[in-house]
Structure formats: C-alpha cells, structure tokens
Design a protein around this ligand. Sequence first.
Ligand code: SF4
Length: 751
Amino acid sequence: MPATDTPATLRVVHTVCSHDCPDSCGVLVTVNEQGRAIKVAGDPAHPVTQGFLCGKVAKYLDRVYAPSRLLYPLKRKPNVAKGPLERGREHEAFERVSWDEAQDAIAAKLKAIAEEFGPESILPYSYAGTIGVLGYGSMDRRFFHRLGASQLDRTICSEAGGVAWNLVYGKKLGTPAEDFRLAKLIVAWGANIHGNNVHLWPMVEQARRNGGRLIVIDPYRTRTAALADWHIAIRPGTDGALALGMMHVILNEGLEDRAYIAEMTHGFERLAERAREYTPERVAAWTGMTAAEVEQLAREYATTRPAVIRLNYGVQRAENGGTAVRAIAMLPALTGAWKHRGGGGSLSTSGAFQWDRKALDRPDLALKSPLGRLARTVNMCSLGEALEDRDQGSGGRDQKSPLGDGPPVKALFVYNSNPGAVAPNQNAVKTGMARADLFTVVHEQFFTDTTDYADYVLPATTFLEHTDVQGAYGHYFVQLSQQAIAPPGEARPNVWLFGELARRMGFEDACFGDSEMDLVAQALGIGPDGHSTRPEMEHITLDDLKRDGHIPLAFHREPETKPFQPYLSGPLPTPSGKIEFYSETLAAQGPDAGLDPLPAFVPNVESRFGELAKRFPLEFLSRKADNYMNSTFANLDGHRRMEAKTNQALEIHPADASARGIAEGDLVRIWNDRGTLLLKAMLNASLPPGVVAGKLDWAKLSAGGANVNALTSERLTDLGAGATFYSALVEVEKAGTRDLGNRIREQGLAS
Ligand code: SF4
C-alpha cells in the first residue's frame, strides 16, 4: 500500500489486528529496508479504526521483537516432569530440535496413538488467539477431520450469547458501529467499551456531544462505567431479571411499539404475560437496585429515541447467561428501537460474514479417516474433566462426561490458546495436563502456563508474519491482512504447520497443499470472474482487497444514503420468520429439555441466592484486564505496568472486608471447593456488597502458581454449553503467617 509521506526506502503494509476484539482494526505496518517492522499504526482510512490503535497493540512491536519470543521448535528433555516452570527458565526443560525432527516425531506419535486408542483419543484445543479466518480455522480443521481426531466444541467465550441472539433474531447482526454517534441513549450492558471495544468510544463521545446519555450496567466499575452518566452496579447474574423488569414497566406504562411488534415479532402476548410477574420490587430484590431505579431505567430506555444497547459477552458467562441475553435482546424489539437509525443494539456483527466454512474446514475429509464419520465432539469448557476422565475405573463414565462413550484423551494439540491460564477449573486442567501418558503439543509465540506441560513446543507467528482475511464482530468490513515481515527465527503459521503435518502423516489430499492465498480465495468463494460468490461479498475481488485493505459488505457500502438498519423487514431466519419473543426452537425441544420458550429469571446455583452461599457467601468476578487480551500480553512488562494497580489484587467492598477483619493491603486467602488464591486486599466501595473481583493473569505470574480460574467452575451455561466464569462463589479471609511465608518463598514478593 503506497503512502505519500513514506520515504522510498520504507514499505507500508496493510495488516489486520487478529486479537479477539470486536474492532478488528486495520493496522498499517511500516517496514524498513532490512525487512524489520519499525512502526504500527491504525489505518486512518478505515471508518472504524480511524487511525488509532488501543494501548495493547500500539506497542505491538514490543511483542513481535520480544527477547522471549519462541523462535525454534523445542522438545521436552528426558526425565523432566511436566508442570510449572519458573518464568525465564523454561528453556532449561527443553532442547532445541529442527522442524523436521519435531514434525516427524509428532506425526509418528499421533499415528501410534490413533492406532492404539482410536483417533478420537487425539483432542485439538484452540480458540481465538487469532480471529483471522485462516488462523482461527482452516488447514487445522482439515488435518483433524482427516485424522479422525475429536472435534472441539468451541464454546468458551461467546456461544451462550450467540445461541441466545439467534433464537430471537436468527442471525447475529447489529447497529453499525458508526451509527452509535446518532444515539440519544447508549446502554452499555456488560460492555466495557473504553476498555475492550475502544473504537466505539469516539462514536459514544460524539453521541454525548449531541446530547446523548451513556448508561452502564455492570457489577464492576470499569473505566467505561466510571465515565458514564449513570452506572448501575447490578449484582452478577441478575441481568435477566432486570431485562424482564424493564419489560414489565414498559408494558405496564404502554411504552411498547405496537406497530413494530405486530409486523416483526412472534409471541408478544405470551411474553407480556410472563413479564407481568417481574414487578420492579421483585427485580430490585434480585439486582440490588431500588424499584424506582428499575422504573427509571425502563422509562428512559423506552422513551428516548434513538436508544441503542451495546451488549457484550460478559453477561452470558453465567449459568443463566443465555436466557439473560435472550431477554435483553428482546428489548429493542419491544420498543421498536430498530426503526430509528442509531438505535437498536449489538452483541456481534459476525453473522454478516458468510465465509465458505465448508470449503475451508472440509468436514468431508472425516469420511476418509479411520472412523469413516465425523468424530465425537468434546466441549472445551470441560477440558479438566475430559483430561482427568474422572469416572474411569469406577464402573464407567457418567452420561454427562464430555468424552461420551469414546476413548480417553491421549494426545492434546494446543494452538491459538492457553488453557493452562484461561480454562475454568484450573486445578483440574493442570492435573490433567500433568499426566505422564498424555502427549501434548503446543504451538505458541511465548512460553505460557500451557507450554509448561508440553512434550513439544512449536514457534508460532504473529499477524505481522502471515497472510489472512478477516471480518469482525464489531463492524462490517472485510479486510486482507498481508504478511508484512518474515517470521523471526523459525516461527511458522498455522496453515503451514498443519499442511506439513498432513504430508508427514501421509495424507495425500491436494487440499493440504493450499497456500494462504488459496485459502483466502476459498473463504471468499472467489468465482471464475474473480468476484466473491458469498452473500454480501459479491462486489469483492482479491485485487480490490489487496489494493484497498478493507471493503465494506454490500449492505454497508453507502452508509449515508442507504444506511443499514437490521431487523426492519422479514422474513428472518427464525422458525416463525419473525423476531421470537416466544422461541419455537426451544418449544420444539419439549419440556424434558428443561428450556423455557419464554425468558425467565432463574438465580444461578453459584450466587447469593443459592444453598452454596451458606458456605461461600461472596460472588467472585474473574474479570478481564483492559490492557491484556484474556491471557495474551500479560507476559510483557510494558503491559503489566499499565495494569500495576490491580495486579495480584482482590477487590473487596469495605463492608465485606471489615466483617472479616481485612484492611487495605492485607494478604488474603480466597477459596472454594475448587481451589485457593492468595492476593492482596484492595478496598473498592464501588463494588456491590457481597461481590469480590480478581483479574485474569498468568498462573505462573501469580502467587502459588494459580490464577482466578483456580476458582471458576466447569458448570455450563443454560444455552450453548458455554463457560460460566462469572458464576463462582468464594469465601475470603485474612491470610495467616504461613500463607505469607509460602507466598514470599514462591514469588519472591518480600518487598
Ligand atoms: S485489540 Fe482491538 S482495539 Fe486493539 S488494535 Fe486489536 S482490534 Fe484494535
């Protein structure tokens, strides 16, 4: 990409930030004559990126050129047990090997395991370490289908919300990011816009300059909440009750849009009957709000136009999170907010990008595997249980085992993820990964909590070092990410890795020889005339993408003259063809499925309303850091400094602290039946009483080698079988001197 003010000796390459963030920023990388990247900047021509990057990626070259980058394949030394390794000394557990040696050995071991235990005993484990279309899933899926390996149910982050939204609307679409500037009311519901969707923030500011208001609903006072006109610090897991209470008030006061409801929705009468049960007083008792606040919120929401809800995925990481998202998603349909440009809502825009997944994944290859069929599916949220295989030897497995009646897991292949840090029930995950009989391969950029358990560690590329194509879940632009620099050392991308492994496994299918650009063309369904054949992408050619970097989807090409407003006309891809207040999909599953076709509030088992609260009375929020991306970036000193204030801290309400004799700065022990943490008390009066918060960090950088996921549960969400990171009960006490001594010894924290 030419840039007029770039000296002739420099190149500027259009890439796309592939970290798991709704913004999918266009990133311009300046490369010098030596092929070294010397600058990263947000693409000023991208209407959402608007020329700036978040604090995490603005200093991305610190990551790309970090002295601690993994540069060569590594093999565990004989007689070195799997388990936590001291930061900076991980190399001592491994020896350098060539790619040839590593790949041949891995292929031979996978073959042997498949023959002895069946190919389903091999479990791939990956998620959104990259959200580039190819990096997230393409050659890897082909490889594992052809092998007959277990499929992974990738539910850890967004599945409950996605299923919920689709039950209501049939497809994940939302108000365009650029149109938020037109809103007069923005409700950020479980959405830390300033922290992790920062390119929406200029639109929020513009809306406020035009007289709009920002309301934030979030148990934690995020930096977005701190900047809001009104922060409602709702109790965790009570969002569904609040949405139903808002419906009650809206209907009671006749604030619904009857014309929109009649034309576009299904099941209104039944929903109205259900909402009658949710009086402001009942809802107040659950949420911790006052009844007057519930009424005020409902009135302001229903009478302000345009009103938009930015709903993010935090809400759905609770036992009842799917239903909560369903209820919230119904609000703009009840008030007809979709009719007003700038109004409506957004959970995700990802439903707009109709990549040719079948061409990329090639599920048909499973027919050529030794199984001759698609393999079983293992839920990634149940990794600990799957690896521990708890019912082995006790008369067979429980019916609910994530392994079904298939073989135990004998090989784990991790890429794009760090389950040692991010998976729930960390102690179970670690126990499982420490098994001497488990063969583990990890493809990574750095040593992590997971590589400590690997037999082979393979060096991976960053988004500057490979080619990919990308959509977004926060905007409507297709982008090409072009390789800007050569990978450092011997780092290699996913596509190369799995293509090579396939060759060594003897898979002769031609598709394993596809290049990254072949796969980009397949993702876009490029036809004989050079244009995409995919819905809303027919105007896109590869040459256009190479030249422009980003191209809007067809419906978003003329945003000023033909603005895109979703859900204004039908039919929608739901069973009724309409927005479903009453879910025909859930109704069809029958009462035995235990899924109510109408939204209802059911308190979480792990909440103050459950029996378990007698033993563990505090609700624990395992929150995300603004300056990390889940566990990514937490190893970099610059990023850690930005998070210094809450590193290794347990935030606790002064009343809860005082009741336990805890003062600011005390070392505290936090525990439940799954694990224990030692953190430093940090009093925070903005938390709802009864709620404590700790930040996700790397386990190996935390006291006792455990992070917040030592406390989180493998229980699954009501819809989508997702993770319930925000439904966890704990108790807290001031740590004893023995705890203190242990901590000082383990972490060198004497100062
Ligand atoms: S993490 Fe998000 S905001 Fe930051 S550069 Fe990447 S896409 Fe943009």
